[in-house]
Design a protein around this ligand. Structure first.
Ligand SMILES: [Zn+2]
Length: 242
């Protein structure tokens, strides 16, 4: 099998599209920290407010605003200041044209060279990674990248009413999927990732094994990709979309 082409060394702008507050932090905040340190401007687009998450008696109507605030703090911990929420209901995402249009709008606004999202493929070895909302957001984002965002005749109201020109994304990084082919060594920024994760107090406050658990996971990923012993990595399936 030919080796896949490598992702770009550096991009100006990256957009991360995820279903729930905290999704980006578990799987990708270390990678995001390496990007912002290298000067890439990163935007988060979070599709739901995560109002079906949590583990305690927090009233449901308070969960959405709480989780938005937690995601903004987590973003700041890895150098991301632009966080956008689409406000869809948690746990009930469907593959709709409305969702495709809303993601297309953000792609055309941000004009990223790189998009990071969840894999649309079910990962049978780790069923929790394949939350239906994650797969729906991954598939919707890929459909928005190709063909909607680049086609001026797709969702023509975006151009006519909002002046949003077509935009072609060059590469899409799929997280938490069954076929990762690219690992990012995040050992040197791992404290930033842990700080981001701990910002999600409503989700992780009851876990004192968080660093051990997520760290163990990242060590396994590093060794699977042949990185030196003790290193930590996050892995992705990089799809070239230019
Ligand atoms: Zn999630």
């Amino acid at each position: 099998m030919p080796t896949p082409p490598k992702p770009a060394e550096h991009v100006e702008r990256a957009l991360c599209v995820l279903a729930h507050p905290d999704d980006v932090d578990f799987g990708s905040a270390g990678t995001v920290a390496t990007w912002t340190e290298a000067g890439t401007e990163v935007t988060y687009c979070i599709v739901t407010d995560g109002d079906a998450g949590g583990f305690d008696e927090t009233p449901r109507e308070r969960m959405g605003p709480l989780r938005r605030a937690e995601q903004e703090a987590a973003a700041a911990a890895v150098g991301v200041r632009d966080v956008r929420f689409l406000g869809y209901p948690d746990g009930r995402l469907e593959l709709t044209l409305d969702l495709r249009r809303d993601i297309t709008r953000v792609i055309r606004q941000v004009r990223p060279q790189r998009v990071l999202t969840s894999s649309p493929e079910r990962f049978y070895e780790r069923i929790g990674a394949s939350h239906p909302d994650h797969m729906t957001v991954g598939e919707s984002t890929l459909r928005a990248v190709y063909p909607d965002a680049r086609n001026p005749f797709a969702f023509p109201e975006l151009l006519a009413d909002e002046g949003l020109e077509a935009w072609t994304v060059s590469e899409v990084w799929l997280g938490a999927g069954p076929r990762p082919d690219h690992a990012v060594d995040v050992t040197d920024v791992v404290e930033l990732k842990f700080a981001a994760l701990k910002s999600h107090v409503s989700q992780v406050a009851h876990r004192d094994d968080l660093e051990e658990f997520v760290g163990g996971w990242m060590r396994q990923t590093a060794s699977r990709f042949g990185l030196p012993h003790g290193r930590m990595a996050e892995a992705f399936h990089v799809v070239h979309t230019a």
